[in-house]
Design a protein. Structure first.
Length: 165
């Protein structure tokens, strides 16, 4: 598991964020979406300049039905609660925790890892790790999968050879 949590509604802050999502959806639908997307991209690129090469693709992805999907995802997350059952799964788990994550607080990620009795792998990164350091994200994701597989008594498979080699 990566950059996720047991639940998204415990704190007053989280409840307010989800309630304001409808306002964000309305704003995106009536035309403020382009400005919002540009602000998000500008901030992301200031923090991770290597993303600039992907700016057109990222902008297109953000704009592709952004308002409805963003609001729908937010509404689903606001109702999500794995607290009653996560600790009962009894399956091997590994959790990649992004310790500078501003979207999913590291404390929420650690809470999920504890409930799952997961092996924890931490990286000093934000939620955008797959975009800004895809190779390291892939390496750590494979490590997490291999760790959980080994705990389940399964043999890890090697990565497919790179066709460029």
């Amino acid at each position: 598991m990566q950059a996720t949590a047991l639940e998204w509604h415990r704190t007053a802050r989280e409840q307010v964020v989800w309630r304001l999502l409808s306002v964000l959806e309305l704003g995106l639908r009536i035309g403020t979406g382009a400005g919002f997307v540009e602000r998000v991209l500008r901030q992301a690129i200031e923090e991770a300049p290597e993303l600039d090469n992907y700016r057109p693709w990222l902008a297109a992805e953000f704009r592709r039905g952004l308002a409805r999907e963003l609001a729908d995802a937010g509404r689903a997350l606001s109702r999500y609660d794995a607290q009653p059952w996560a600790g009962q799964l009894g399956l091997p788990a590994a959790m990649l925790i992004t310790t500078r994550d501003r979207l999913v607080r590291p404390s929420k990620q650690r809470e999920l890892a504890a409930a799952l009795h997961a092996h924890v792998i931490e990286i000093d990164a934000d939620h955008d790790l797959p975009l800004v350091n895809g190779d390291e994200y892939a390496r750590l994701t494979k490590l997490a999968v291999d760790t959980a597989a080994a705990a389940a008594g399964l043999k890890a498979r090697p990565l497919a050879p790179d066709p460029a080699d």
